[in-house]
Design a protein around this ligand. Structure first.
Ligand code: ZN
Length: 387
């Protein structure tokens, strides 16, 4: 797996880098955004829309696909990518987060029992008892057949007591070791080899470093970060991401559920993140909240986002963005988009989702180019990000 990741250029002032992740289904130019197709579908878009919006990879959700349509369908299809008609690189998460969310008392009334062996819960689809262990997660992810898969962990939640947090932390170290062993065994029989990322846990920098040192005794292909480390607070993101860089010189780093909008992305990239996913890019789009450039009225106050469902856009004949070259911006007016949104026309979902994905993918391309030409600081200034 040593050829998985190649660093092409490092930024001179930060941990940001341009690289390439080589998968059996193509190369991901990094830094890159990976749109989320939770159930093997990016809501409202087909694979042609994804390609036209410069998407390089799709991330799908192990927990949801395991429950529906289930492994038999996935096995027959040859994985979730052929099932959805996507031929490019793919990523799956491990299901650990979803299992933990079920467990969250603030989440739902569904119950999950977590022991050192694994997690057992009731399916929200048919009420069946379901069990996911680290080994099972690797087996499911092998059937889903993504190029990059995640080791099974128990994320630390806000509502946990410190004792529960410590249990989840220690348990995750063991679970990730077990994930690695099972993954290695499975790969011997696979034609398209999968890369396995460790998922880093820990509440503070020291505990995350210790976690990373422990799990990287196994030669994981890369590392994923999640939770509060890369939450919506940009200053926290900036402080927290760089900590891994000296331990992970040649490994790709993925941010799971990266928050914080444009500034969150810039903070993550300057901290050394190579790929990231985020569901709010597409979720926001569906409500009419779209990313815009400074030329379109984007600034630090509105966080480069405008709600186009507002009545002030009723008679607006300008495009959403004069910079963006997506179909929404090239062909339609703000007034027409508002009309689609207020009447809940299905076309609105497709157009707004294409725009937001195109925006983030264009941002990533600009970032890659700026690092290549030593102009990352200038790009950060253009988006009013404190350099
Ligand atoms: Zn656009």
């Amino acid at each position: 797996m040593s050829s998985l990741f190649k660093i092409i250029k490092k930024d001179k002032d930060s941990f940001a880098r341009v690289g390439e992740i080589s998968t059996p289904h193509g190369v991901i130019q990094t830094p890159a955004f990976t749109p989320v197709g939770t159930r093997a579908s990016v809501r409202g878009l087909d694979p042609v829309d994804l390609i036209k919006s410069s998407s390089q990879a799709v991330l799908a959700n192990t927990y949801h696909l395991y429950l529906s349509p289930g492994l038999e369908v996935m096995e027959k299809a040859g994985g979730f990518a052929p099932f959805m008609g996507w031929s490019g690189p793919t990523i799956t998460d491990s299901g650990g987060y979803q299992v933990s969310f079920l467990w969250d008392p603030k989440g739902t009334s569904r119950k999950v029992k977590i022991t050192d062996e694994g997690a057992t819960f009731t399916s929200h689809i048919d009420g069946d008892k379901v069990s996911i262990t680290p080994e099972k997660s690797m087996q499911i992810q092998s059937v889903l057949s993504a190029d990059i898969i995640m080791s099974f962990d128990q994320p630390v939640g806000d509502s946990m007591t410190s004792k529960q947090k410590n249990t989840a932390y220690q348990r995750s170290i063991e679970w990730e070791k077990r994930s690695f062993v099972e993954w290695a065994k499975i790969q011997e029989n696979r034609i398209n080899k999968q890369a396995l990322y460790a998922v880093v846990q820990g509440e503070d920098m020291q505990s995350r470093r210790q976690f990373l040192e422990k799990v990287m005794e196994n030669n994981f292909s890369g590392v994923a970060l999640g939770g509060q480390v890369i939450g919506s607070d940009v200053s926290v993101t900036r402080q927290n991401i760089g900590f891994t860089s000296d331990l992970l010189i040649q490994k790709p780093v993925h941010a799971l559920g990266l928050g914080g909008g444009v500034h969150g992305v810039l903070a993550a990239i300057e901290g050394g993140i190579d790929t990231f996913d985020n569901t709010s890019v597409t979720r926001m789009a569906r409500t009419g909240i779209l990313f815009v450039y400074p030329e379109d009225g984007g600034n630090n106050t509105n966080k480069f986002k405008i709600d186009f469902s507002k009545s002030k856009y009723k008679f607006d004949t300008s495009p959403v963005s004069v910079v963006c070259d997506c179909i929404l911006c090239k062909r339609f007016t703000r007034g027409y988009l508002r009309h689609l949104l207020v009447n809940q026309e299905p076309l609105a979902i497709r157009l707004t989702t294409i725009h937001n994905i195109t925006f983030i993918n264009s941002l990533m391309e600009r970032i890659r180019n700026s690092i290549q030409t030593d102009q990352f600081s200038q790009l950060k200034r253009y988006f009013e990000f404190e350099v």
